[in-house]
Design a protein. Structure first.
Length: 365
C-alpha cells in the first residue's frame, strides 16, 4: 500500500479510534448502545474458523512476510533491526454490528484500518527487531458497551486467539532472544491479561511491555503480571503505559466506568493509574516539547507522513499523560475531556522507537 493511501486513511483510523474509545470507556448512552451493540446473541461460529498460527496467513506481520509494520515516515533513515522479537496486538478495527467478533480476514475497510495501525503504531518498534502481529477474531467495538454474557464471550474469544498466537510466537522465537510486547486499546486489554497468564514464559526475556491506551491500576491490575512500571529509562522487564490528554484534562468519563470494574488481581480499582512518559522513560516523568524527538503527522494533502520534532511536551499528572506545546494538527477527533486516546502512539512515535532501542541495549548489557 502506498504512502498516499496510508495517510488518506489516517483520519479513518482516527474516526475508528473515536468509536472504539467511546465503546471501551462507556461514554455513550442509549443512542450509542442502540447504534453499536451487535445484533443477536454471541455465536463463535459467526466469526468463522479459528486461526492456525503455524501458517503465515494467520499473521499480519512476522519474519518472512512483506509487512506494513516496516513502514517509515518520509525522510526517516532505515536502520538494521535489533535482535529482539516484538509481539504487537492491534486495536479495534471492526465497526460492524452483524456479529460479536470479526472474522480473521474481514477484508474491506476493516483490513485497511488494521494495516494502517501496523504502519502508525507497530512500525515504531521495527528498529528493535522483528515484528509479529497476529490476525485475531477481535471483539466488535459494541462488545465493550455492555456487561453481558454475550460481551464477555466475545472478549474471551478474541483473547483466546491472541493467547494462541503468543504461544506460537514464543515457541518459534529462539530462547536467547529478548522480547517486546506492545498493543493499544483493545489490544492492550488483551495484552494485560496475557502478561498475567504467561508471566513464567516471559521471565527474564522481557525488554518491556507497551500497554498503551488502557488504564492499569498499580494495586488491582499490575500485581497479577508480576511486573513493575518502568521507573528509569534503562529499566527492563517492566511496563510502559500512558493515556494522552490535552489541558485541561477531564478523565471522569473514563475513570467513572473503569473504577467500577474488577481488576486483574481481584482488588477494587481506584484512581491509581500507571503513567509512564514515553519521552523520559520514567514513571511520573515530565518532558519539554524540545525533548520530543518526533510526532507522526500527515502533510496537508495527506500524501506523505513526516516527523515533527520538538513540538509536544508531556507530564504525568494523577495517572494521565498531559500534553502541551505546539501540538501539530493531527485531526479533529479529540474525545471529550481533551482525551487524545487516538493519538497515543502518533504523539510520541520517535520517542517510543528510541525508548525500545534504549531498553534493548540495557537488556543486552
Amino acid at each position: 500500500m502506498c504512502a498516499r493511501r496510508f495517510l488518506i486513511i489516517v483520519f479513518l483510523f482516527i474516526l475508528l479510534g473515536v468509536a472504539g474509545a467511546f465503546a471501551i470507556f462507556q461514554f455513550g448512552g442509549n443512542v450509542l448502545l442502540k447504534s453499536a451493540t451487535p445484533r443477536g446473541h454471541f455465536e463463535a461460529k459467526a466469526a468463522g474458523d479459528g486461526p492456525d498460527y503455524t501458517q503465515s496467513a494467520a499473521w499480519l506481520a512476522r519474519p518472512g512476510l512483506d509487512s506494513a509494520a516496516s513502514w517509515l515516515p518520509d525522510g526517516f533513515e532505515r536502520a538494521a533491526p535489533g535482535k529482539a522479537a516484538a509481539f504487537y496486538v492491534h486495536p479495534t478495527t471492526y465497526l460492524n454490528r452483524d456479529r460479536w467478533n470479526a472474522p480473521l480476514d474481514p477484508g474491506g475497510q476493516t483490513s485497511a484500518r488494521t494495516t494502517l495501525f501496523l504502519r502508525s503504531q507497530a512500525s515504531a518498534l521495527s528498529s528493535a527487531g522483528d515484528i509479529w502481529a497476529p490476525r485475531y477474531r477481535q471483539a466488535a467495538y459494541g462488545a465493550f458497551l455492555l456487561d453481558s454474557p454475550d460481551a464477555t464471550r466475545a472478549l474471551d474469544l478474541a483473547y483466546s486467539d491472541v493467547l494462541a498466537a503468543f504461544d506460537t510466537f514464543i515457541a518459534d522465537v529462539p530462547a536467547d532472544r529478548p522480547l517486546i510486547l506492545a498493543g493499544h486499546s483493545q489490544g492492550s486489554l488483551h495484552l494485560l491479561r496475557l502478561l498475567a497468564d504467561r508471566k513464567t514464559k516471559l521471565s527474564s526475556r522481557l525488554v518491556a511491555a507497551y500497554v498503551v491506551g488502557w488504564p492499569i491500576s498499580t494495586t488491582a491490575d499490575l500485581p497479577a503480571t508480576g511486573l513493575a512500571a518502568c521507573a528509569t529509562p534503562a529499566a527492563t522487564g517492566c511496563v510502559m503505559s500512558w493515556q494522552s490528554f490535552g489541558q485541561p484534562a477531564n478523565p471522569n468519563l473514563v475513570l467513572d466506568a473503569w473504577e467500577k470494574a474488577p481488576g486483574r488481581s481481584a482488588a477494587h480499582r481506584r484512581a491509581d493509574i500507571i503513567c509512564t512518559n514515553p519521552v523520559t522513560g520514567t514513571v511520573g516523568g515530565a518532558s519539554l516539547p524540545v525533548d520530543n524527538p518526533g510526532t507522526l503527522v500527515p502533510d496537508g494533502n495527506f500524501t506523505s507522513a513526516s516527523l515533527a520534532a520538538g513540538q509536544v511536551g508531556a507530564r504525568c499528572d494523577h495517572g494521565l499523560l498531559e500534553i502541551g506545546g505546539a501540538i501539530p494538527a493531527l485531526g479533529p477527533y479529540v474525545l471529550p475531556g481533551n482525551n487524545y486516546h487516538v493519538y497515543d502512539y502518533a504523539l510520541f512515535w520517535a520517542a517510543i522507537r528510541r525508548d525500545a532501542e534504549r531498553r534493548l541495549a540495557a537488556w543486552r548489557r
